[in-house]
Design a protein around this ligand. Structure first.
Ligand SMILES: Cc1cc2nc3c(=O)[nH]c(=O)nc-3n(C[C@H](O)[C@H](O)[C@H](O)COP(=O)(O)O)c2cc1C
Length: 208
């Protein structure tokens, strides 16, 4: 697997750079080929097509995520090149996590609606050099990456009732419904696909 850490910081050798070096080291120790690149708003980001995983991270200054990363998403070609990439996000900032989740992370996530975001993490200043916190972030990212990329063996069994229900919907939709229900059961840990589970899946997916 190939990963790139795209980061930004105003401060050379600051806390964000130290953090991404530690993240990069842990990824490399875990067998991942890893590169890092500091964002410039109008740089050409077509190189990220070669990577399986993109980790985006930056500090927050005066309530705004650092400007070169936001600029690359807003005005450059980063967003176009990130399409359908698996992404992990982190921010370094002094605010409490609850505030950062509401005020700062959405500044990045609004640009990433077509992406699978594996992990989001806020690093407050007091944990920036804590190896176990950094290792656990990387472990979470790799765990999620492996979970969603491993070939799936869908194992949940359909009950007789739910099989009968499936036959009541138009035949050209049955295959799609079957796959969606089996993936839902797999993700949620159901061993049986019952009518109740189908109702829950429908409610959560916003169906009618
Ligand atoms: C000028 C300045 C403004 C900051 N503004 C904020 C802010 O609005 N919200 C916040 O949560 N943290 C803020 N911080 C804290 C930084 O996000 C945090 O210290 C970060 O780790 C700095 O990363 P750096 O060392 O790579 O610059 C600010 C820090 C500085 C120096």
């Amino acid at each position: 697997m190939k990963a790139v850490i795209l980061y930004d910081s105003r401060k050379q050798g600051g806390s964000t750079e130290a953090l991404i070096d530690a993240v990069g080291l842990k990824l490399a120790e875990s067998g991942v080929y890893v590169e890092k690149a500091k964002c410039k708003a109008l740089a050409d980001y077509s190189f990220i097509r070669d990577f399986d995983l993109v980790i985006l991270g930056a500090p927050v200054y005066y309530f705004i995520v650092s400007s070169q990363l936001l600029g690359a998403l807003n005005y450059g070609n980063l967003k176009a090149n990130l399409k359908r990439k698996k992404v992990a996000l982190f921010l370094t900032c002094g605010s409490p996590e609850s505030m950062a989740n509401v005020l700062y992370l959405p500044q990045l996530k609004i640009h990433l609606v077509s992406n699978k975001i594996l992990v989001e993490k806020i690093f407050p200043p007091d944990v920036l050099s804590e190896r176990d916190v950094i290792d656990s972030f990387v472990d979470d990212v790799l765990h999620e990456y492996n979970r969603i990329t491993k070939p799936r063996v869908l194992s949940a069994k359909w009950t007789e009732e739910s099989q009968e229900w499936l036959q009541t919907i138009p035949s050209f939709l049955q295959g799609k419904f079957r796959t969606m229900a089996e993936e839902y059961a797999d993700n949620m840990g159901y061993s049986e696909i019952t009518l109740e589970m189908l109702e829950l899946a429908r409610d959560e997916m916003g169906g009618t």
